[in-house]
Write a protein that binds this ligand. Sequence first.
Ligand SMILES: *[C@@H]1O[C@H](CO)[C@@H](O)[C@H](O)[C@H]1NC(C)=O
Ligand SMILES: *[C@@H]1O[C@H](CO)[C@@H](O)[C@H](O)[C@H]1NC(C)=O
Ligand SMILES: *[C@@H]1O[C@H](CO)[C@@H](O)[C@H](O)[C@H]1NC(C)=O
Ligand SMILES: *[C@@H]1O[C@H](CO)[C@@H](O)[C@H](O)[C@H]1NC(C)=O
Ligand SMILES: *[C@@H]1O[C@H](CO)[C@@H](O)[C@H](O)[C@H]1NC(C)=O
Ligand SMILES: *[C@@H]1O[C@H](CO)[C@@H](O)[C@H](O)[C@H]1NC(C)=O
Ligand SMILES: *[C@@H]1O[C@H](CO)[C@@H](O)[C@H](O)[C@H]1NC(C)=O
Ligand SMILES: *[C@@H]1O[C@H](CO)[C@@H](O)[C@H](O)[C@H]1NC(C)=O
Ligand SMILES: *[C@@H]1O[C@H](CO)[C@@H](O)[C@H](O)[C@H]1NC(C)=O
Ligand SMILES: *[C@@H]1O[C@H](CO)[C@@H](O)[C@H](O)[C@H]1NC(C)=O
Length: 404
Amino acid sequence: MFAKVLPVFAAVAGIASAANSACTKTTFTLSSQADIDALSSCSTLTGDVVLSGSTAAALNIGSIETIDGDLTLTNNNIISTLQSSTLEKVTGAFHLQNLTTLSTLSFTKLTSVGSINFISLTTLNALTFTAGVTSADSIVISDTFLASLDGIDVKSADTININNNRRLVEYTSSIGNLSTLLNINANGQDLAVNFPNLIWIANMTISNVSSFSIPSLKVVNGSMRFDSNFFSNFTAPNLTSTTSGDVSFVSNADLTNITIPGLTTVGGGFQIANNTALNKINGFDKLKTVNGAIKMRGNFTEIDLPALGDVKGAFSIVSTSDITDSCTAFKKLSSSSNGGNGDIQGTFTCESDVANANSDTNPTSTSSSSGSKSTGTDSGAAGLSVNSLAVLGLAGVAVFAQLL
Ligand SMILES: *[C@@H]1O[C@H](CO)[C@@H](O)[C@H](O)[C@H]1NC(C)=O
Ligand SMILES: *[C@@H]1O[C@H](CO)[C@@H](O)[C@H](O)[C@H]1NC(C)=O
Ligand SMILES: *[C@@H]1O[C@H](CO)[C@@H](O)[C@H](O)[C@H]1NC(C)=O
Ligand SMILES: *[C@@H]1O[C@H](CO)[C@@H](O)[C@H](O)[C@H]1NC(C)=O
Ligand SMILES: *[C@@H]1O[C@H](CO)[C@@H](O)[C@H](O)[C@H]1NC(C)=O
Ligand SMILES: *[C@@H]1O[C@H](CO)[C@@H](O)[C@H](O)[C@H]1NC(C)=O
Ligand SMILES: *[C@@H]1O[C@H](CO)[C@@H](O)[C@H](O)[C@H]1NC(C)=O
Ligand SMILES: *[C@@H]1O[C@H](CO)[C@@H](O)[C@H](O)[C@H]1NC(C)=O
Ligand SMILES: *[C@@H]1O[C@H](CO)[C@@H](O)[C@H](O)[C@H]1NC(C)=O
Ligand SMILES: *[C@@H]1O[C@H](CO)[C@@H](O)[C@H](O)[C@H]1NC(C)=O
């Protein structure tokens, strides 16, 4: 950002010395080690640095300590080593993409980066970030050969997206909060994820992990979604609420136990579907309020939500097994026309022995669902195409109102 402003400012103000002006440019396009070495008098480069067209097997960023701009190297299948023992800070993006021969990435003093975008670094098996990057707003690590992300450990971030790193089997971060999105998917099958200090997080979508530890997490400001994971137990011992988004567990084949003992409020919808080893839902002892819909599909024999007292949307539970006892208990919370006390404000469905219960994993689709109102049935409501379970909740109310 500053890169484009500062040169103009410097020129206008006439304060740049000859040496300094050599260190300021909109874009430094450097295509060889000689090009880099020509900037050896610059400890700070103000401007974007693009390493382009180099045919060298190794590049050393030389004596530069700060890049006030982006550092970019893309589409190169010759370089094997990119290094610097001086660079401490990149204010913009550190963007490396489609470097199929890069095997050594050594930035021993680097601590602060605006964002990290490491994509398609298919032979990179380790980061030599000795000092360790402790500050970055956004981290995207995709399609690398990394077995570890040691060397990157930030305290807070907007976005972290770790995907398609097939060798990655462990990811531990001391991050305390994350303000937009955490996405983890399609990494190594045995990926164990640990966020011991995470207190709040906006949104998270987690897939294909073998364990997910969030002992301190208190609040999810957005939604949390767990799809196709390999863990058998899930617990969030300190989680009390999700303030606006959905909570979803879908197609986690090994899952036998979900326990979120302190969860009182789900700000959006609450979905549990196609986790076929999950026979009992009994880990939500304090769940009182669901501002969207509740939708559960599975091989359940028992569903207990003992504190449930306020469901704004539809309530729809379908099991392959007999859940008559659970249904009898929940019916008491349905609308008065159903003989209930009205705690559940949307439509009420609770069905046992439906062989294909698990085939409905679809909570969320498009909002152009008014057509399905005409069906007016509970199965119609379950099949509504809507943006989120929260919307499904409202749609459910509308359907119900029409039926009255
Ligand atoms: C990756 O970089 C190579 C050159 O190293 C280029 O030929 C190829 O088209 C690039 N691939 C993509 C997807 O950009
Ligand atoms: C986010 O976490 C960091 C590190 O734990 C902390 O210093 C900061 O105060 C937190 N910010 C908010 C808004 O909670
Ligand atoms: C998320 O919720 C926590 C706790 O209520 C709050 O401190 C934080 O500011 C919220 N973050 C966002 C991005 O809304
Ligand atoms: C969560 O993501 C949704 C869109 O996917 C976005 O609208 C919402 O603002 C995010 N929540 C937060 C707290 O960032
Ligand atoms: C990984 O998760 C995705 C859903 O996000 C799923 O479609 C895919 O089948 C999963 N892969 C494995 C190997 O479990
Ligand atoms: C869980 O919450 C309790 C009460 O707020 C707190 O004392 C405890 O330290 C938290 N546990 C973790 C691991 O953060
Ligand atoms: C996971 O839960 C099962 C029972 O549902 C239990 O046998 C097993 O010990 C648990 N594993 C862990 C790691 O807690
Ligand atoms: C489910 O997990 C919780 C929390 O980890 C544990 O306390 C409980 O014993 C587990 N239940 C079963 C049946 O394994
Ligand atoms: C879940 O129920 C279906 C339908 O009854 C059955 O075919 C399947 O084997 C069950 N899965 C498990 C893991 O029990
Ligand atoms: C249900 O989960 C299994 C994995 O356990 C997956 O193969 C299947 O496609 C999922 N069904 C649906 C409808 O998503």
